[in-house]
Design a protein around this ligand. Sequence first.
Ligand code: FES
Ligand SMILES: [Fe+2]
Length: 396
Amino acid sequence: MTIDNDMQTVRDRALKKLLTHLSDSVTDQWDEIAPFQSSDYHDPALAELERDRIFGEVPFIVAHSTELAGKNDFISVELPRNKAIVIRQKDGSVKAFVNACRHRGAELVTEESGKCRIFSCPYHRWSYDPDGRLRNVTLDNTFGDFDRSRFGLVELPVAERHGFVWIIDNARREIDVAAWLGPEMDEILAGFGIDRLVSIDPHTYRRPTNWKIMQDGFLDNYHVKYAHPNTAGKMLHTNAVAMEDYGRHFWFLTSRKSIDQFIGQDVTWDPSMVNHTIESCFLAPNTMLLKHATHIELLTFRPVGADPNESIMQMRVMAPTVEDSGLAEEHWEKRWKKNWDILISILHDEDFPILDGSQRVLSSMDAGTMLLGRNELASHLFRREVRRLVETAPEA
Ligand code: FES
Ligand SMILES: [Fe+2]
């Protein structure tokens, strides 16, 4: 990272800009208003391109490493192109496989998570080792001879970095998370120390809503006081963002209302500023990471197959372990349960009804041209990357 991108410099620059914005009631902006059509969220041909050219080509997060902490711990995940299993190996690494038996394709793992020394197929009881090797073919004296080494589980490219498990949803690709993140975002995530935190009770939601509407909804700092007047809108500022654009990913600073005490003052970023600000990272193509004073939230969005009308949202809270927090276990549990209860009620009562409604009415044939304002900078940058990926023809 260059001196110019040193995080102290970045945070200080953003803080000063944000305070000026708040004083002038303005925000960072995109160059122009962008008109768009409802077909962006309904077109099956576009949804197919997004599935293949986005999720089939670039790394995205599917878990925090502590969700599969021990040997043989696994999770099953529904990705846009594959149903997959991710499993911790004997040597501590992770592997990912398509969750389909190589005999006649039965679903191998039906649980969301667990610990498994052997994958045993429910249909004819073929079995596989945790490293994907085909171990046993039942009644093999009658089945016939074949090269078993070629019929292990199909492997997907997976890697761990910054405490997360990343996948490219395409068996024909290789994964390089650092290269995808680029030096700036790689350094920012390293600085957060997310690998020392624990993922507390991750939540998965299947939504009747296009994944981009979902992602936009959680990049949006314009709706805060209007859609959440009695919850988030009470604590957080609306429509005030200081952006650092890294070309593909971006970082931005927003604020709590407690920052108002510093408006008009010549302040420098110091560690206490985490109490008044939220650092957000958009990790292309589908992830929002929010750094709060006490914890990190991670929101991921992905389509269900090539269906433009359905998506999976995952929400994670990562915080210091009971030991690192210095709290009594009971207190720790109470604290994060309360945190989750608040998040869930805002999601269910306030965000989901609006976002689901958008998906419903945007199926109207005459919905008309809509507008993304200059103030909605994060959504412009998200669109820029989606467009770039969709327009890039993949290698064979
Ligand atoms: S489909 Fe798995 S053993 Fe037959
Ligand atoms: Fe919201």
